[in-house]
Design a binder for this molecule. Sequence first.
Ligand code: SAH
Length: 494
Amino acid sequence: MFLTISTSGDEQHPATDLGFLLHKHPDNPYSATLSYGTAHVVYPEADAERCTAALLLEVDAVALVRRGKGKGRGGAPDAALAQYVNDRPYAASSLLAVALSGVFSSAMRGVCKARPERAAKPMPLRVEVPALPARGGPELVRRLFEPLGWAASVAPVALDSAFPEWGESRYVRLVLESEKLTLAEGLRHLYVLLPVLDDAKHYWVAPDEVDKLLRAGEGWLPDHPEQKLITSRYLSRRWSLTREAMERLELVRLAETDDSEVEEIDNAVAAESEADEKPTPLAVQRRDAIIAALGASGAARVLDLGCGQGQLVQALLKDPRFTEIVGVDVSMRALTIASRRLKLDRMGERQAARVRLIQGSLAYTDKRLKGYDAAVLSEVIEHLDLPRLPALEYSVFGAARPRTVLVTTPNVEYNVRWESLPAGHVRHGDHRFEWTREEFRSWADTVAERHGYDVAFVPVGPDDPEVGPPTQMAVFTLRTTTTNTPDEKEAKAA
Ligand code: SAH
C-alpha cells in the first residue's frame, strides 16, 4: 500500500525542499522496519519544479497475525484464512497512518531546522492514495477533507478492471490538492482521517488514543462539521473514549470563545432598551427574575447548570433560602474563574458546605445531578448545537428531574431593538441559535409534555409590545398528579 505527497516549486522555492520538510533525502531511499512490516520512502521525481515522495508499506501479514491483533475483514473469528489473505497489504488503512506518523513524525509536528519558514507556511500540496477503503462512500470522503481546505477528487475503483460489469469495489482512488495548508497540517489530516475511512483499526484502541487524536486534531478537529463521526470512528466506537474526546474538544472550543462578551452585550442591550438614567443591566434583571422564581418554587437545593463564571451562584449564596448550590459547567476555565470569584479557598466552613462547583457536560446523563429541588439553565441552551439539545433535554428533564427547571434564552425578535447589532446577527459568537418567542414556547411545550412538567413563560427585561422582552424564561414545574409520563413508562418498562 502506498501514498504519495507532491509539491511544486520554482528556482527560489525549489520543490525539493520537500525532502528537508520530510527529513528524508530525495537521493537516498529510506527504509524502516516496523512491527508489522517495512516502510520505504522513495522519490519518483525530485527537481525544482516538482517533487514527489512516496511512502510504501510492505505489510507482513504473518507478523500482523502473530502480534495477535490482525483482524480479518468481515470479522468472523474462525475465518483463519482471512487473517492472512485480506486487503491489508494493498489498501491504505490505519497501518499506513501509523507508518506515516512513525516515518514523518517531525514533519507532522512541523519541525524543520533546515527550512523553518517553509515548514510554517502553506504550500502547494498534492496527495494521492491509490486504494483507499472508503467506508461511507465517496461522499463521506469529501465531507471529511473538503472543510479542511482540500479539493478532493474521489474516483471509485472497479472491482476488476477486466470485468467492468462486476461494478465498483469499496475502494476509491483519492487525490487531494490544496495551496492553503502547511505540510504538517496535511499530514495530520491524513493521520486521523485514513483510519476513520478504513474504520477497522488493526490494534486495540487504548485510552491514550484520545491524546493522540487531540494532538493530531489540534487546530482543525474542534471546528470540523464531522467531528463526532471522526472522533467515534477514530476511537473504534469505544463510547467512553469518544465521550471523553468530545468533551475535551468542547473545552477547546469554549476556551477559544470569550465569555466576557456575554455580559458586555447584555449590558448594551439593557442600556439601549431603557430610557431611565441608570438602567439595570439585563444580566442583573435576569438573575433577579431567576431568584424570584426559585424563591416562589420553595427550592432550597439548587443546580446552576452551565453556571459559567459563577455570578448566579454568588447571588444565590447571599440568600439563606438556598441551602445547597451546585454550579455545573463543561468549561474548566469558566469554573476556575467562578471559583476565584467565590473565593472558594478562603470561604468559612459553613458557607463552603453550601456550595460546590463541578465539571460536567449537560449533553450526558449525570448521576450527580439527581435529587435537587430546582435546576437553572440561564443562557445555556443556545450554546449547544441544535442536534445536541435533545441530549441536554433528557439529562435534565428525563434523568435529573428536579421539581422546578428554569430556562432562559435570548428572544431573537428583540434583536431589532438593539441598534448596534447588525440585522440577522446573533448576540454572541458562540450562540448556535436564537429563538423567537413562538419557537421557544413550542420547544418548551414539547419538553414539558414529554417529561410530565407544566410550563409557564415569564418575560425578563422590558416587554416590548411588538417584539417582546430581550430575555425569555420558561418555568417548568414537575406535575405531581399524572403518573404515566413517557419517562415513567420507560422507567417501568426497563
Ligand atoms: N449561566 C451563565 C453562563 C451562560 S454562558 C449566565 O447566565 O451568565 C453558557 C455557559 O454554558 C458557558 O459557561 C458554557 O461553558 C456552558 N456550556 C455550554 N455547553 C455546555 C454543556 N454541554 N454542558 C455544560 N455546560 C455547557
